[in-house]
Write a new protein. Sequence first.
Length: 340
Amino acid sequence: MQTHMRQEINEIPEAVARLLDQSGAELAAAGRALRERDPAFLVTIARGSSDHAATFIKYAIELTTGRPIASLGPSLASIYHAPMKLAGGASIAISQSGKSPDIVAMAQAATDAGALSIALTNTLQSPIADASSHAVDIQAGPELAVAATKSYFNSIVAGLAVLAEWVDDDALRSALRDLPTVCRKAVALEWNDLAGQLGDAESLFMLGRGPALAIASEAALKFKETSNMHAEAYSSAEVLHGPVALVDYRFPVVAFAARDAAEGSAVEIADGLADKGALSFVTSANARRANALPFVATGHPLTDALCLILPFYGFVEAWSRSRGFNPDAPAALKKVTETK
């Protein structure tokens, strides 16, 4: 019998199609509002997997529009009650439940401070929707496993769809229309080589650059959540500034490389770590010494990076079970964390 987590991974292609079909009006409205506001800057508001989705969206917007984006700590509103000055800017808040008190408080504070505020949520009738100028139902559907998969993926797709409308990007729109088909291929991939070589490893590094860094961060979190395994995410450049000292013989490293301007440098670093004796893996066909992991090339650098998480999700669900854990119900975790 499949776990809820595996079922939800398999549902991602349909969830993406549902989002693009059923939330099209809200996505377009949020994109038009950004075009009209022409914000000088943006801020994001999120925690956990949603914060990793926000990081992906940050890179996508900065690469596409040149607008800088900063992540706001929700405690600025919920604990410190610090007044914000966000006139001329925009905010993107992401929350699956739509009711985490600190996220809602920061979203409301952003709206009150003059930001054009957008909420991406899996629960449209929710406090975060009420606190925002525009709310988008990410249409992930019920997610029973504690470890988020569908909601993470669809939050990013929603952010990319809003971006495509904002800047009138036909290439990105086309890539998003193709995404359900591409996702079906990516979900079916298996990372058996990684599973076969990890053995009794207790710690590993996940690397990425640009949007792929958000994928590495999400992957590291999923190792912790589902398998009680220590994993840290680093920029594939930043890892050389200190953390590389921990990489010794057969220390596992997974580098997430998309078909974008950073692929060459990510592969170079993965190969270099393999030369040091690390158990190095990379999602690229250009590796010289590192082990190549299967991936699906989407034809667009942003959706290419996003789809790297799909075979990883399948891998980590199976890895968790192989270690005797239940990926649906990690110890000491619950689905909605209501931080104040």
